[in-house]
Write a protein that binds this ligand. Sequence first.
Ligand SMILES: [Zn+2]
Length: 92
Amino acid sequence: MSYATKGQRDSDVHVYSDGDYLHCLNCILDANFDTVSLDTYPLMLAHLAEHQAAGHQVPYAALERLQKEAAVSPSVAEVSRLEDAGLAGPFF
Ligand SMILES: [Zn+2]
């Protein structure tokens, strides 16, 4: 699932989940534009705060959804499991 797409909704970042990790695709904070992969919501929220501190645009809706999911569990895999089981969310 996608949280933010580069070039859409005034976003400079492309953030998506594969159910186990959150990825910042071709991260513009990385010198080689490598994808940053993190397994908890707090780590990705901290990463996106770094983008904002650097002046990059991060959609509010993406942050809001990540914060709602983080309130369920910090673990991306755990929230994905609960969402798939219909026990949490949807958060969008
Ligand atoms: Zn990034």
